[in-house]
Design a binder for this molecule. Structure first.
Ligand code: NSS
Length: 432
């Protein structure tokens, strides 16, 4: 005897069952139609969707009537038998023998053709869509792969605070929060805390949100994004690029291994990348951008347009290293062979995506760091603990930050980083 509310199978398991086998399923109504006296409900669970056919005679009339009332996104329980039918999507359907409407849903607001803003206002519902579920599944595989790569390569996972007292990446994008009569900020990057933690663990990483008050409305900026950051004692710029290269290579292989169905459903043809990635200097990058007509002069940071242009020149990720000192934050170590540039590197993803990783070698000398803090007009008092790291056993060290949503955007081929996160935060979006 069946027990109401129990589930014997997930949808994805149906395809390996024999014709006539009895199953109980739970899920949501994904599509519905009626044809020639037959009711068809497509039931979706977390593993897939299957067509369920209701025919009077196979189950009591009141159960069929109950099923008729099940609107799109109602939650339902069905018992039935597996039937192979070439006319059913995927070649398998379930012939209903019993039914319960568990949570009704009437006039589900999301319909085909809904506009972008409407979908964002209804993100709490839209995450159920095939599109969002596929993108978010790729995201989950990406985050797990990043975590696994670090753990398997000798990094210790750590966490840093969200409330902080001073800027890492420049004051212009700081979110200010009242803090018991003082000002606090939301962290822009966990880098400085990771720099402190290398003295305990040498190689550390974290995966947590960073916040930027970016007013620019672009396809690659969120005000809250997930940041995978790493810091390594004794590593130089080349060592840092080697790590980024292995990490990204691994993640792309994992996604193709574990989420190929999701990429296919997104119509995305994506091939895993192989080490090594080209490494070009900022000077070369500016030459390329200028030769393609981008308005940029030596000394400017590479903007969206320059990055797009450069990344379109390569069909693999490319490192751009040694930017002018003025274009980068104060903590970057100047190149000893060429004082006007710093030992940093950004990784640009192909297809016009642009920067997905930023990092480099840090200044390890106390006086040099103090000098740079003063040069940038910052207050050394705000950075005393950070300066202490140079007072007590300083070491050469390097690290980087990877924007999770930007990486997911590239891998999935979606048009905007906001779809790479379930509940995006942008200057105009705080709901849902
Ligand atoms: O500003 S970064 O280039 N670098 C840092 O924050 C360093 N302190 C990281 C470190 O060395 N530990 O940001 C790093 C990455 C960047 O390449 C993007 O992929 C991502 O963080 N990022 C963003 N993603 C989405 N939205 C916004 N606003 C954003 N800003 C940076």
């Amino acid at each position: 005897m069946w027990k109401f509310g129990s589930r014997t199978h997930f949808v994805k398991e149906l395809w390996s069952l024999d014709e006539g086998e009895e199953v109980s399923l739970q899920g949501w109504v994904y599509r519905r139609s009626e044809l020639g006296g037959l009711l068809f409900l497509r039931l979706r669970d977390s593993t897939g969707a299957v067509q369920v056919v209701f025919k009077e005679g196979n189950l009591p009339k009141e159960r069929v009537d109950e099923a008729r009332k099940a609107g799109i996104e109602s939650s339902i329980w069905v018992k039935g038998v597996v039937r192979r039918d070439p006319r059913a999507p995927g070649g398998v359907e379930v012939v209903a023998r019993d039914f319960r409407l568990i949570g009704p849903s009437e006039n589900y607001p999301i319909r085909p053709g809904a506009g972008e803003e409407f979908l964002l206002d209804n993100r709490h519902l839209h995450i159920r869509s095939t599109y969002m579920r596929n993108v978010l599944k790729v995201r989950e595989v990406v985050i797990s792969a990043v975590d696994r790569w670090f753990r398997e390569n000798g990094f210790v996972r750590v966490e840093a605070p969200t409330f902080v007292g001073a800027a890492v990446e420049g004051g212009a994008t700081l979110f200010e929060v009242p803090y018991f009569g003082r000002k606090a900020y939301l962290t822009q990057s966990s880098q400085f805390y990771l720099e402190a933690l290398i003295f305990a663990f040498e190689n550390v990483y974290t995966i947590q949100p960073s916040f930027r008050a970016e007013k620019s409305r672009t396809r690659r900026h969120l005000t809250e994004f997930w940041h995978a950051e790493a810091e390594m004692a004794w590593a130089d710029l080349d060592g840092m690029m080697d790590v980024v290269e292995s990490l990204i290579t691994y993640v792309t292989h994992e996604v193709v291994d574990k989420a190929s169905e999701n990429l296919k459903a997104l119509n995305r043809k994506f091939n895993p990348v192989e080490e090594r990635f080209p490494r070009i200097s900022y000077d070369e990058a500016v030459d390329i951008a200028q030769s393609k007509g981008v308005d940029i002069s030596w000394g400017d940071d590479l903007g969206t347009e320059a990055e797009r242009t450069i990344s379109l020149e390569f069909d693999v990720p490319v490192f751009v290293h040694r930017y002018p000192k003025e274009a980068k934050a104060f903590y970057h170590k100047p190149d000893p062979n060429r004082g006007e540039v710093v030992l940093c590197a950004d990784l640009l993803a192909p297809e016009g995506i642009g920067e997905i990783v930023g990092g480099g070698q840090r200044i390890e000398d106390l006086d040099e760091l103090l000098g740079r803090i003063r040069e940038e007009g910052l207050n050394p008092d705000d950075y005393q603990w950070y300066l202490d790291l140079r007072r007590y056993g300083s070491v050469p060290h390097s690290g980087f930050g990877l924007g999770v949503e930007r990486l997911v955007r590239w891998i999935t081929g979606i048009g905007h980083v906001r779809d790479a996160i379930a509940f995006p935060r942008t200057p105009t979006r705080l709901y849902p």
